[in-house]
Design a protein around this ligand. Structure first.
Ligand code: FES
Length: 159
C-alpha cells in the first residue's frame, strides 16, 4: 500500500496513529489518542499538526479542534518541558490556590499558560486532583505535590 504523506507529521507519528486506528472502527474514537501521540513528540499540537491529523483520520479539522479544546490536557500552544498544574477547584481555591498560582507565575516571570523564558515550565489550572484534604495541591509533571506553600514553590522551582 502506498504511504500517503501528511504534511506536518513525522513518519513515526503517522505509523503510531495508523496503529491506533487499526484498533477502532470509528476514526473519531482515535482522535484523542492521535493528538496525544503528536503531543508526545512535540509537547503541543500546532494548527499544522492538527490539520494533518484530521486529514489522516479523515475527519474535519473543526471536529478535531472541538476534541482538542474539550480535552484540557491537549496543548494548542507551546508549553515548557514541565507543566505545573495547580488545582483551582473549590477546596484548593478556598485554601489559597490563587496565591499558589500567583507565586508560581511571579517566580517564573510568566503569565498563566505562558512558557518560561528558559523553556522549562508552563503553569496551567486543572480541576480537582482528588487530594482535597491536602489543599492546595499541584501536579509537577506527573508528580502530585501536597500542602503547597511559598517555600514549596521555591523548592519545586529549585530557588
Ligand atoms: S479541590 Fe484541589 S485537590 Fe480537590
Amino acid at each position: 500500500m502506498k504511504k500517503q504523506v501528511f504534511e506536518g507529521l513525522s513518519s513515526a507519528e503517522i505509523d503510531e496513529i495508523n496503529a491506533e486506528m487499526s484498533h477502532y472502527e470509528d476514526k473519531m474514537a482515535v482522535s484523542i489518542e492521535a493528538l496525544k501521540i503528536v503531543q508526545k513528540y512535540r509537547r503541543w499540537v500546532s494548527d499544522e499538526c492538527l490539520i494533518a491529523v484530521a486529514e489522516l483520520l479523515e475527519i474535519s479539522p473543526t471536529q478535531l479542534e472541538a476534541v482538542a479544546t474539550f480535552y484540557n490536557l491537549i496543548y494548542r500552544q507551546p508549553v515548557g518541558k514541565t507543566i505545573i498544574h495547580y488545582c483551582n477547584s473549590v477546596t484548593c481555591w478556598m485554601l489559597g490556590s490563587d496565591q499558589v498560582q500567583e507565586c508560581l507565575c511571579r517566580h517564573l516571570n510568566v503569565e498563566l499558560g505562558e512558557m518560561s523564558a528558559d523553556g522549562e515550565y508552563t503553569i496551567l489550572p486543572i480541576v480537582c486532583l482528588g487530594a482535597c484534604d491536602h489543599a492546595p495541591v499541584v501536579m509537577v509533571g506527573d508528580e502530585l505535590r501536597l500542602d503547597i506553600t511559598e517555600d514549596a514553590v521555591n523548592e519545586i522551582l529549585g530557588r
